[in-house]
Every structure is written in C-alpha cells, then in structure tokens.
Design a protein around this ligand. Structure first.
Ligand SMILES: [Zn+2]
Ligand SMILES: [Zn+2]
Length: 189
C-alpha cells in the first residue's frame, strides 16, 4: 500500500513490519535524492523488525544479488566458450545449461528461505520500501497490510494525498478522512 506522509519524523509502530512479532532489531530504509542545487539529500528511517525477519530479508537480498551475478557470469561464460571454440551452438548450450542450473538452485534456495519464514510474514523481501519524496512529502510502499494500517493510524496527522485504501483505514477512526490534506504537485517540480 502506498502511503504518503509529510514531515521528517514518522512513527514506525513497535512491531515487526514483516510478521508483527515483538521487534528486537531494525532494518534501515535509506532515501536519497538530489535537490535543486544538485546536492544530495539523504534520509534514513529505522523500521522495527524481529531478528528472524531481518535475517530472511538480508538472506533474500544476498540470494537475489548472487543469482544476478551468476546469471551475468553464465552469459559471459557462454560467450567466451563460443569465442574460444568457435562453436557458437556449443557456447549457447553451455550458457543455457548453466543458466538452467542457476535458476533451479536459486528457486530451491528461495523455497528453503520461504519454508523457514513464519506464517505471519508478509513475504521474503522488505515490507517497507521508500518510493521517494516531493518536497517534505515522503512516500512509502508498505507491503504488509497490518503494518500499513498501523503506520497510517500512528501518523494520521501527517498523511497527505490519502489513497482510497488509506482513507478507508482512517474512516473507521475518530480522525475521519476529511482532515487529510492534499499536496498539489506542480508540473516540472
Ligand atoms: Zn518478524
Ligand atoms: Zn518475516
């Protein structure tokens, strides 16, 4: 769920953003962008996580990088084999076979990681992703439904441009949805 909030400090509710367990650690979300004077501005937010979830998020990120690197290597290896032997079909076959092996191996690794995950986990990857900012308005993509509603409720006075989903979370509360300000975005801003 996409949630936009205005300000610098936001409340990230004290529960694991992935599974909802008691958080003993956090994962840092980093946002950076260039301002008008081409200076890079950066923000960091600590998103509470339980130890298990931090582990599986990190492991998934490593798995993703390793798969990407192996895929690139496979393509290069196939090309080099073709170049050396001059049998391009052989090079292509080598590349295809190793690529197949890499995808099977990463699929198995993915399944193992998923099996280790708790049932309450929203998924293997990060549950809170920073989408970017426009002025003081920051947007997050919050994957786990419960954490998104907790976040909206905890930061209700900072929510801007509420989507129908965000508005529906606020509708059932005393804050209502009529207080949500809208931020106009100028073209070319
Ligand atoms: Zn967790
Ligand atoms: Zn998890």
């Amino acid at each position: 769920m996409r949630v936009s909030v205005s300000g610098k400090q936001f409340v990230f509710p004290r529960s694991c953003a992935c599974c909802g367990a008691y958080p003993l650690t956090e994962l840092t979300v980093i946002g950076a962008e260039k301002n008008r004077r081409a200076r890079t501005q950066g923000w960091t937010w600590e998103i509470p996580h339980c130890l298990k979830c931090k582990k599986h998020v990190k492991a998934t990120e490593i798995l993703f990088l390793v798969t990407l690197a192996l895929t690139a290597l496979t393509v290069i290896a196939g090309f080099v084999v073709g170049l050396i032997t001059h049998y391009w079909t052989f090079g292509l076959a080598t590349g295809a076979v190793t690529l197949f092996t890499v995808s099977i191996a990463s699929w198995i690794a993915w399944r193992i990681l998923r099996a280790k995950c708790s049932e309450n986990c929203w998924g293997l990857t990060r549950s809170v992703i920073y989408l970017g900012s426009s002025g003081s308005c920051h947007s997050f993509d919050i994957k786990s439904g419960f954490y998104a509603s907790d976040f909206v409720l905890a930061n209700h006075h900072k929510v801007v441009n509420a989507s129908p989903k965000v508005a529906s979370i606020l509708r059932n509360t005393s804050f209502g949805n009529y207080q949500v300000p809208r931020r106009m975005i100028r073209k070319g801003d």
